[in-house]
Design a binder for this molecule. Structure first.
Ligand code: NAD
Ligand code: SER
Length: 319
């Protein structure tokens, strides 16, 4: 029998695609989607409104569906978190404690919780950033992710909690809207390319950041959760890497398929956040321990994003 899975924060960018993929693999009825807002797309399977900060609501759903595995995706992302640091800390930390404690009590068996490249800061080496290095994050989001990593490792060592985590880079997908991250320009640029053939970027042209196509991120997530327990050597969070590019480079790639697309630059407060993050990531531990390997490059991502958004975005809004 398949263990029942709960995805918390299922209506967001990652949740939308993760729920679809988990249901393909494990069956619609075995994957329960949950969020404080309705799904962005039609999903086939159970959906529940759950506020992760409400322990009673959470316990009720876990018990109702006899949940054994939790994917915790609810969080405020970097740019949104800077607007309300106290709330971001509350949500990003207490959501994690609520789930870790269910595992500590033996009610659930396994947890996936994503960390981020935001755990690194201005003093971290920016090129080929190692798994183990200086980590002095300068955003509340990064501080919450770094602290979360420490607690994950602690719960594993002290209470034997089976927690698995990756440090996602900026993620790019066409199935949902951007969710308030600094890397989300690399999603929005495709929407604006289709809708207006132009994009004003909030980062400067040469700001290189680590990025990844959503399908690669979903593969990494499911792969680390399926890996035999003894092979998961890192219980804080694994570096994973896809590709790295700047706004100028992604615009040049779009121009190859859409020659009249134009980009302009008006950096705002998100520039400072981006400046504090790595440019490229060393993911050799993930490769060695559980066989991580990405598939998508900038050319394939650009083609997939433009082709799919051309079909999906409302025709009346297009240029
Ligand atoms: P998102 O903002 O698109 O989705 C988050 C979802 O959580 C939203 O649907 C939101 O409604 C839900 N949510 C918020 N508060 C909630 C609450 N109290 N209870 C239940 N649900 C709640 O974010 P995402 O891009 O899907 O990111 C998911 C996770 O992955 C986050 O932990 C984020 O930090 C991490 N991550 C994302 C990226 C990225 O590029 N998208 C990169 C690194 C890490
Ligand atoms: N993509 C995320 C953000 O920009 C990084 O975790 O917030």
């Amino acid at each position: 029998m398949v263990d029942k899975i709960l995805v918390i924060g299922s209506s967001g960018q990652i949740g939308t695609e993760l729920v679809e993929e988990l249901r393909k693999r494990y069956g619609n009825e075995n994957v329960i989607a949950s969020d404080i807002k309705e799904p962005q797309v039609i999903q086939h399977g159970p959906f529940e409104i759950v506020d992760i900060l409400n322990k009673i609501q959470l316990a009720d759903i876990i018990s109702k569906y006899k949940i054994k595995e939790v994917y915790l995706l609810a969080a405020l992302l970097s740019a949104t978190a800077e607007k309300n640091p106290a709330f971001a800390w509350d949500l990003n930390m207490n959501s994690l404690f609520n789930v870790l404690n269910l595992a500590k009590e033996g009610i659930i068996k396994k947890i996936f919780w994503p960390s981020s490249i935001a755990v690194f800061g201005p003093t971290t080496p920016k090129i080929n950033t190692p798994q183990y290095t200086i980590m002095e994050p300068s955003t509340v989001y990064g501080i919450s992710k770094q602290t979360g990593e420490r607690w994950c490792e602690y719960y594993h060592k002290r209470y034997g909690v089976d927690i698995r985590s990756v440090r996602y880079p900026g993620l790019i997908g066409y199935k949902s809207k951007p969710g308030g991250g600094t890397t989300d320009y690399a999603v929005d640029i495709f929407h604006q390319a289709i809708l207006a053939k132009k994009y004003e970027c909030f980062l400067s042209e040469n700001t290189t950041l680590p990025m990844m196509y959503m399908s690669d991120a979903i593969d990494a997530t499911i792969a680390i959760m399926k890996t035999e327990d003894s092979k998961i050597k890192i219980r804080s969070s694994y570096n994973i890497s896809g590709i790295s590019f700047s706004p100028k480079e992604i615009a040049e790639e779009i121009n190859k398929l859409m020659p009249d697309f134009k980009i302009s630059y008006l950096p705002d407060s998100r520039q400072q956040i981006a400046n504090s993050w790595p440019q490229t990531i060393d993911d050799s531990y993930a490769k060695n321990d559980w066989g991580w390997s990405p598939k998508y490059n900038l050319f394939t991502i650009t083609k997939i994003m433009l082709e799919n958004l051309e079909q999906l975005l409302p025709k009346e809004n297009k240029y």
